[in-house]
Design a protein around this ligand. Structure first.
Ligand code: SER
Length: 314
């Protein structure tokens, strides 16, 4: 058990936070979970939970000082689909939240920061196949714009203020413990719950829409590996491309049918289709692989099998 660090997870009750908090608590003895929302049983019963609004600067600073925080995982964000419905809120939470956390790190001596970026930093003018680490980035969602600006802020704080900030561009993340957070890729989660419950799913993206995705255990392991890598190996301080599986709703449905033979799907694309079409189909993650050894484990059928074993029909 690592006792040298005290970690603060901001957004600990979200889709990533709820699993990352538990994974960190297996390694570190002092992991404080913070969120605006009520914690689930696992997070609440396994350690300290505090109510925190990242936009409330005095309360953020107070928390960091009171618990002598040495590392922060700042996960609180408004995702793509929710962000399009409330751009002002998305900008405030994603941008002001990050800037306050960056300043708290510098002013209060927090040594290391993890902050997630996303494939949404890319846009319609980006090459869509095997999108490189460095390429054209003209995001056209408020979520993507805020995350791209955030990447520049992170790099800036590394260059100018010496902050050890680390980040990955997550693809769509699939998990069963906590619901998706209002993203365009949430269909790939919902499909498993509906398959289990009704043997049918109506997909809000069209059948041939290919997007980069990842199973949560890979994302959690990769995040912790990046945070534990020696600093000199972490050469990209904006955010690393990481990739695992790319598939279409039709391919995912075929994977489900191998387990649930009666499963059926139909398609009713909505406003999220346009967002999906502005994003890459697949990601080149060779820089992350070379720098700190990133490597995914789950493929589509492996993930489907695990999801269907674990999702519970409500
Ligand atoms: N899963 C996110 C979204 O769909 C992408 O980072 O918004």
């Amino acid at each position: 058990m690592n006792t040298a660090d005290t970690i603060l997870v901001i957004g600990a009750c979200g889709q990533i936070g709820s699993e990352l908090t538990m994974a960190l608590r297996k390694i570190y003895s002092n992991v404080i979970a913070a969120d605006l929302k009520e914690p689930g049983n696992e997070v609440r019963d396994s350690g300290l939970f505090i109510r925190l609004d990242v936009l409330n600067k005095p309360s953020l600073y107070e928390t960091v000082k009171k618990y002598n925080i040495t590392q922060i995982y700042h996960l609180a964000a408004i995702l793509s689909a929710t962000g399009e419905k409330n751009p002002e809120l998305a900008w405030r939470v994603n941008m002001k939240g990050l800037r306050q956390v960056l300043d708290a790190c510098i002013e209060l001596g927090v040594k290391k920061l993890f902050w997630p970026s996303t494939i949404a930093v890319f846009g319609p003018t980006t090459p869509r196949q095997n999108t490189p680490q460095w390429t054209v980035m003209e995001p056209n969602t408020i979520y993507g714009i805020s995350k791209q600006a955030g990447e520049r802020w992170c790099d800036y704080y590394f260059q100018k203020r010496n902050l050890d900030v680390r980040s990955v561009r997550y693809p769509g993340l699939i998990s069963y413990k906590t619901p998706g957070g209002g993203g365009t890729t949430d269909y790939a989660i919902d499909i498993y719950f509906e398959a289990k419950k009704n043997n049918h799913y109506t997909c809000f993206l069209a059948e041939h829409t290919r997007l980069p995705m990842m199973y949560m255990p890979d994302a959690i392991r990769g995040t912790i590996e990046l945070m534990e890598a020696p600093a000199e190996k972490v050469k990209v301080r904006s955010s690393y491309n990481i990739s695992a599986i790319s598939f279409t709703p039709e391919e995912q449905a075929a994977s489900i049918k191998k387990v649930l033979t009666d499963f059926s799907i139909d398609y009713a694309p909505d406003f999220r289709q346009k967002i999906a079409e502005s994003w890459p189909e697949s990601i080149d993650d060779s820089v992350a692989r070379a720098d700190w050894g990133w490597k995914p484990e789950y493929d589509l059928d492996g993930m489907t099998k695990d999801m269907l074993e674990n999702v519970t029909a409500p």
